[in-house]
Ligand binder design. Sequence first.
Ligand SMILES: *Cc1c(COP(=O)(O)O)cnc(C)c1O
Length: 386
Amino acid sequence: MKERLLAELERLRALGLRRVRVTRSAQAFPAIELDGREFVNFAANDYLGLAAEPRVAEALAEGARRWGAGSGAAHLLSGHTRAHAEFEEALADFLGCEAALLFSTGYMANLGAVGALVDRSGSVVEDKLNHASLIDAAILSRARLLRYAHADVRAAGDRLEQAEGTRLLVTDGVFSMDGDLAPLPELAALAERHDAVFMVDDAHGFGVLGESGRGSLEHCGLEPGSVPVHVVTLGKALGVFGAAVAGDRVLIDTLVQRARPWIYTTALPPALASAMKVALDLLREEGWRRERVNAHVARFRAACLDAGLELMNSETPIQPVIVGGSERALAVSARLRERGFYVPAIRPPTVPQGSARLRITLSAAHTTEQVDALVSALAEGLESDV
Ligand SMILES: *Cc1c(COP(=O)(O)O)cnc(C)c1O
């Protein structure tokens, strides 16, 4: 076996596709220390700068003193605490939903929600660029998986026509590798016409988009009720860890009965719920965080246009710069590192062949000087590489 695995690893390396971890040592975002050198980090999803916020870290420490380090059991045994319940209530209230259910990760929330709502007699209709966890969720549910061309409402309608049994229409709110938005109002109307359940995974919209940070739905003017299954992740803009599914009480009660990645797993440490409660308060009260990251987005895009750089159709803090081949993406990423910026190359199979890219993510924790300096370095890095 070892020889076979080594050969496969060597094949990936030769193609410029082998993935390796980088070990971060500097504590506070946006600094990142790798191999003893410090860089400005443009590779985190900490859009509001809450991950290293002292008030959130303090709530985590206080939560651990009060509840201990772990929950000790699954939610249905004895792992569900007052801290979990209070955070779920606060989150549901913020999103305008009746209830919310905490999951350990977004990956598990998606597996849990899809698996609880369809079985082998149903169908899941998904955007081709949906997050890997949504694709895996459909496969694991054993329902029929039908994918449609990215953000193409007509194609989604065709797939719904072909679908049988219980139909679930599932999309990312903000696409994680491209940064663009799904046509949510059109998809919501389509789902209603086809009597399909509409599910939105708003991992990258929550906290960032919409006037009050409720995410992609608010940004598009959609009422919470028009998206019966609303997934948010809590390790990105909220800066902590975990995920939640929000909806009406019947949905949440169904998940409690049937979502296996929720039932058969240890509850999140309650201290995380305490920390997230404080992070959610900051997300609500400190609107300057959202304004700042959105101002960075506008500034970054204007400066790139000035410098003649080609951007994608994204108004979110995810700002990919397409480079093409994997080797070239690695080379430009290395050049940016020489200039003090950490921007990883995203390569297939995470993105389609020939569209390797630098995935830049902006944060309220960045300064305008850092954003400007990144654009200059990008322009030089791409130019000197022909
Ligand atoms: C990050 C992400 C997830 C997974 O969330 P985790 O909490 O990191 O497991 C799910 N969906 C989308 C769209 C994501 O970007």
